[in-house]
Design a protein around this ligand. Structure first.
Ligand SMILES: [Zn+2]
Length: 106
């Protein structure tokens, strides 16, 4: 089995559905083994992102200040609540998806 064949079946394998031939490739190939362990780690971390409760308002104020300081948002935008608690939970999974795509494209 080639790495390309293995990686085509990745979503299936990461869900724990890999059969013997995939397991064999995983044992022999460090590149694919690293990839699978990275992706499983990301999937685990993504689960932790589900907020149990909203972080303290100080967190949002701190993020807002950093973004304003970096020039990523104008103070007026920040004050309108551009980076509200809801938005950050939309952005976080998108960032994770980006990391996942980056790892898959490596
Ligand atoms: Zn491989």
């Amino acid at each position: 089995m080639t790495c390309a064949e293995f990686q085509q079946a990745l979503p299936f394998i990461i869900d724990g559905g890999g059969d013997a031939k995939y397991e064999q490739h995983l044992k022999e190939c460090t590149i694919c083994a690293d990839l699978v362990s990275d992706l499983r780690y990301i999937a685990e971390q993504a689960k932790l992102l589900v907020p149990m409760e909203d972080p303290s308002p100080r967190v949002w104020t701190g993020i807002e200040r950093s973004l304003t300081r970096e020039g990523l948002v104008k103070p007026a935008q920040a004050r309108r609540g551009l980076l509200g608690p809801k938005l950050i939970w939309i952005i976080a999974p998108l960032v994770l998806a980006g990391v996942t795509i980056y790892l898959l494209a490596r």
